[in-house]
Design a protein around this ligand. Sequence first.
Ligand code: UD1
Length: 370
Amino acid sequence: MKNLKFIDIIAGARPNFMKIAPIIRVLEVHKARGGHLRYRLVHTGQHYDACMSGNFFVQLGIPEPDVNLEVGSGTQAEQTAAIMVRYEKLLLEQRSDLCLVVGDVTSTMACSIAAQKLCVPVAHVEGGIRSGDWTMPEEINRMVTDAITNYFFTTSVVANDNLRRAGVAEERIHFVGNTMIDTLLMNLDRLCPPGFWSELALEPGGYFVVTLHRPGNVDGFAGFARLLTAIGEATRGLPAVFPVHPRTAKTLGEVVDVPSNIRLVEPQPYLEFNYLVKNAKAVITDSGGITEETTVLGVPCITLRDSTERPETVTIGTNELLGTDSSKLKPALDRLFAGEWKKGSIPDKWDGKTGERIVEILERLLTSVP
Ligand code: UD1
């Protein structure tokens, strides 16, 4: 068939997988209907454990990657360099027509640079969001990626405004919504309790979910221990289920007094994790993506960070930005226990149809070029 266009879809770390799944699903439908777009799924190998990667592919029906760059762990620069070298080699062996990256992880930035230097255009799904916090590697990744992105697929009106302020021309900004929410809505009926649900005597609305993995919160032993004590107290003895990220596990090993109601578990697969979130009394987190999911699920969310790149989860959704001062937790949870948490609503275009919008635009962009 003539005029086929080839897109590299890049995924490297856990929060990428739920963002690519809907795009791949729609691309498969597009192909079956005789469309001209084809994709090559490139896994950089930034996350490699079954619990951080493999399980998500299985549960979300993502096909096996066509290529795995197998970069594994390392410092920021080591990972970035390894991904760039290996992805550049791949592009030199077999060029693609577009490099599509998602989110803000190291793989996102590294592949964008390698592609753009070979004059392969870049599309960034979730482009334009900013926290303003340059201490977070993700913010650097966002800024570098967006500086060399051709086509922006944005999740919010705030992202659109950020890009306009940076001088990005209107025709390069495509406000499509949130593919992470496509995945959530698509899987709502499939969510299932984790194996420990009965063992921990969990009941809907009767427990908290905790996730912490930002270096600022978990890399220092003393600060992390203080945070855990504050969480233990503020949650009034209700179970606080804490799926522990590998980075967090390293510091946790040194914390002797984990409060007894904090129940440490392995990182959870997608369907189990979101079952826990959907039925939780509230979520306490330093993640960005989870604040979007809690907003859509209407579950109260407390973010232990000083800034967010997703302000709509606070202004429209159920999220509250509490900062990293652990003494603020108790007053916030007192309001929650008093039934005074805001209800929130759902941001524009977080409707489950973002993958379709993206593929429609990609088709127009790529197949209209001679
Ligand atoms: C990365 C992303 C972050 C995302 C998070 C979700 C960047 C800069 N950060 O941070 O945006 O929210 O993933 O998980 O890209 N490890 C394992 N098994 C794995 C993967 C990692 O044990 O499958 C270990 C690594 O060896 C390392 C630690 O976990 O010691 C951190 O992993 P890394 O990918 O470097 O960064 P994250 O903190 O996971």
